[in-house]
Ligand binder design. Structure first.
Ligand SMILES: [Fe+2]
Ligand SMILES: [Fe+2]
Length: 377
């Protein structure tokens, strides 16, 4: 690996090879701890929750999957096309709910990726404060894995297999020894996509259990997002042009791949087959709908989940005028330029933290302060 690809411009993110444990026992290392992450580490107690404790979330809450929609049907892309004419009411409910199962399964695999990735950061980051942060995140991702596994079990029994595109991305960033690739890939892209999805489900779902799960997970994720932001603020502005462009191009490539495939009908062909539909026909119906102007703006609404991710990259300096036009096809970039740093999930997270503080009997507004303030300073 060339030193170029390593791109360490802030000592808090200095890294060693994953198998270089001796470097961790360097006696001078222990005393050189960055304070950049102290606030978000201390805040973890305030937003503690336990997916195995009914006090926080009750997985026994029933939901009739055959008669009730987990999400409003206008959130479903296929039902805005000719697919709708081929299905009766029961089949429509099945399609909507199986799509939610597919999304929740993708999130579960993503949470497992986040767990493995945060753990891998503990092996390569040299800074003791950064390591403690990563260990904390690992623990939180582990409870997300438990939380989503239990939700899927309660509603369907088993998750669906991970889509090829997401699986490849998760493999790449978990295995990579490059800190920037791990942080841009997970903390910004995957977590950004997850925050957008969580916020949408929190606002729209008809299942109170799913709504609660979203709220609890978001109280943690808002801090993970913050960690990525601290990295970006300290690193990106100081990078040489060529290195920043390398990150910018990689991020765009990942975004485009995810975008093209996130709703790719081939990945959900089993769902369609059970409804007597061929995935290629569904793909055609979706493509046809996209040529309709009203339909296109409707469909764009469902891509709002990508907004958080694009905003994150933009505010981090990883989208410049070089690449902005490519993202403009999916969101209103002018609107994003004018917005402050607050994210769509921050309000939901802060409300969730207040709720958890009361439940946990914690004293202060510590966590809220860390989320709203500039933890990087
Ligand atoms: Fe997570
Ligand atoms: Fe996370």
């Amino acid at each position: 690996m060339s030193s170029n690809e390593k791109m360490t411009v802030d000592s808090a993110y200095e890294a060693v090879a994953p198998d270089d444990f001796p470097a961790m026992m360097d006696v001078d290392r222990y005393g050189t701890r960055s304070s950049a992450f102290d606030k978000i580490i201390s805040a973890t107690h305030d937003h503690f929750w336990d997916p195995l404790d009914d006090k926080y979330i009750d997985y026994g809450q029933p939901f009739d999957l055959e008669r009730e929609l987990l999400m409003p049907s206008d959130f479903n892309m296929e039902l805005k096309t000719a697919v709708s004419d081929k299905l009766d009411e029961k089949q429509k409910i099945y399609l909507v709910n199986e799509n939610v199962r597919w999304t929740m399964s993708s999130i579960l695999h993503g949470e497992q990726g986040a767990l493995a990735l945060s753990a891998s950061l503990c092996h390569i980051l040299k800074d003791p404060g950064a390591q403690e942060y990563a260990a904390n995140q690992t623990r939180e991702e582990a409870r997300h894995v438990t939380g989503f596994a239990k939700y899927i079990q309660a509603r369907w029994g088993k998750p669906t297999a991970c889509g090829v595109v997401l699986e490849q991305l998760l493999n790449e960033i978990v295995a990579s020894p490059l800190v920037w690739k791990k942080l841009v890939g997970m903390q910004m892209i995957v977590e950004g996509l997850a925050m957008g999805t969580f916020a949408t489900f929190y606002a729209k779902t008809n299942d109170p259990l799913l709504r609660r799960l979203m709220q609890l997970v978001m109280t943690d994720e808002a801090f993970h997002h913050k960690f990525g932001k601290i990295w970006a603020d300290r690193t990106v502005p100081r990078l040489p042009e060529s290195e920043r462009e390398l990150i910018e191009d990689w991020a765009l490539e990942v975004f485009m791949t995810l975008m093209r495939n996130s709703s790719g009908p081939e990945q959900k062909k089993e769902i369609y087959e059970r409804l007597g539909l061929d995935w290629r026909w569904v793909q055609g119906a979706l493509a046809e709908a996209l040529t309709d102007r009203n339909m296109r703006s409707d469909l764009q609404e469902s891509t709002n989940v990508f907004r958080v991710l694009i905003k994150t990259l933009l505010k981090a300096g990883i989208i410049t005028e070089r690449t902005a036009p490519k993202y403009a096809a999916y969101v209103d970039m002018q609107e994003l330029y004018g917005e402050g740093d607050r994210m769509v999930g921050d309000d939901i997270a802060e409300e969730g933290i207040k709720y958890l503080q009361e439940l946990n009997g914690a004293g202060g507004g510590n966590a809220v302060f860390a989320l709203g303030g500039t933890a990087a300073e």
